[in-house]
Write a protein that binds this ligand. Structure first.
Ligand code: CA
Ligand code: CA
Ligand code: CA
Length: 212
């Protein structure tokens, strides 16, 4: 509770000083989960989840999600975008991007299909708005992935989950999915060690056991 109040005060102070910088980060669309290692069915079956923590739906028209290798556009097929199905992310809603086709997560419909891989050695993702302004980043603070597993560690092919979607990208705001609070099936029907289209296990855990 104290933490929340402190954040609110800081935001108020910051918004008095600067109008348009990273203040927006606390209540805007974030890169919420990254399955950079793919799934048990296929290491190519990567997927990415966005989350909108705000009280208003957000139109992603003109926005892009980029790595240093590819650009996903939310409203236009081309570059890394294979198919778009909607451009709006609901208030407190999720937006699921599946690589290659909709089978990546068999039982949950994708909101967008893309192509282009995320190296298991690490990458940084950037979410940019229609003006090219940076809305959010993921894994911007070290070369290797901060969290998530490939096949060498249990739970295998676990996603990298953002802990608090109202807080900025940082080394401490990501965790590996615990393999317990998980949902969805991969292309072969195996359980996904992640939470595509649902609240992150890491976020639920942080809420149940707040730091301090
Ligand atoms: Ca990969
Ligand atoms: Ca799917
Ligand atoms: Ca999730």
């Amino acid at each position: 509770m104290c933490t929340k109040n402190l954040v609110a005060i800081l935001i108020t102070v910051a918004s008095l000083v600067v109008v348009t910088t990273s203040v927006a980060l606390s209540q805007t669309v974030v890169i919420n989960e990254i399955a950079w290692a793919g799934t048990e069915a296929s290491s190519s079956d990567e997927w990415i989840e966005l989350y909108n923590p705000s009280e208003e739906p957000v139109d992603l028209s003109g926005w892009t999600l980029t790595s240093d290798k590819w650009v996903i556009r939310f409203d236009t097929v081309g570059e890394a975008t294979v198919e778009t199905r909607r451009t709006t992310i609901a208030a407190h809603g999720f937006f699921l991007l599946e690589r290659t086709d909709d089978e990546t997560i068999l039982d949950i419909p994708a909101d967008l299909i893309y192509k282009g891989s995320l190296p298991n050695s690490g990458a940084t993702l950037y979410l940019l708005d229609q003006d090219g302004e940076e809305v959010d980043t993921a894994n911007a603070f070290q070369e290797e992935w901060i969290a998530g597993n490939a096949s060498q560690h249990e739970p295998i092919y676990a996603s990298m989950e953002r802990v608090d979607p109202t807080k900025a990208d940082s080394l401490s705001n990501w965790r590996t999915n615990d393999g317990i609070t998980a949902c969805g099936s991969d292309a072969m029907g195996n359980k996904i060690n992640g939470t595509p289209g649902a609240k992150n296990a890491a976020a639920l855990d942080a809420e149940a056991n707040p730091p301090g």
